[in-house]
Ligand binder design. Sequence first.
Ligand code: TYD
Length: 137
Amino acid sequence: MNYALLPLRIFSDERGKLGVLESYKDMPFAIKRMYYIFDTSPSFDRGGHAHRELEQIVLCLCGSCEFVLDNGSLRENVKLNSPEVGLYIGKNMWREMKNFSYDCRLVVLASDYYDDREYIRDYAEFIEFIKEIKCKE
Ligand code: TYD
């Protein structure tokens, strides 16, 4: 499975906590884009796609949600509910996001600019893509 839960570098003192992520030190790619998700609703899911090349790290700064991560053979669920852990998602991973709390605040760090052509939004197409990759290996 091309994902990992990364314990983040947190500086903690009586004033509170400060978390840091530096490219290539705390994470395996340089950040070209960040986006964030807020005002979420438990009634709606998000995601439902894979990326051919993009790598991302998801931080859950507040509230909680669940990621379903699928490499074409295995499917695992990961709950995010702490700003002290980052979810790294590598390329070629199908992801769905569900069970958002109303107060969920996600920050996503991405290895490249937004490119709609880089998405695979159809699960059957994703499975075909994974088969092609495995044939080439
Ligand atoms: P969408 O891919 O549906 O979000 P999610 O992965 O959470 O399901 O994106 C919602 C909209 O935002 C869609 O119209 C594309 C746009 N968008 C950008 O323009 N730039 C970005 O970096 C992202 C992530 C989305």
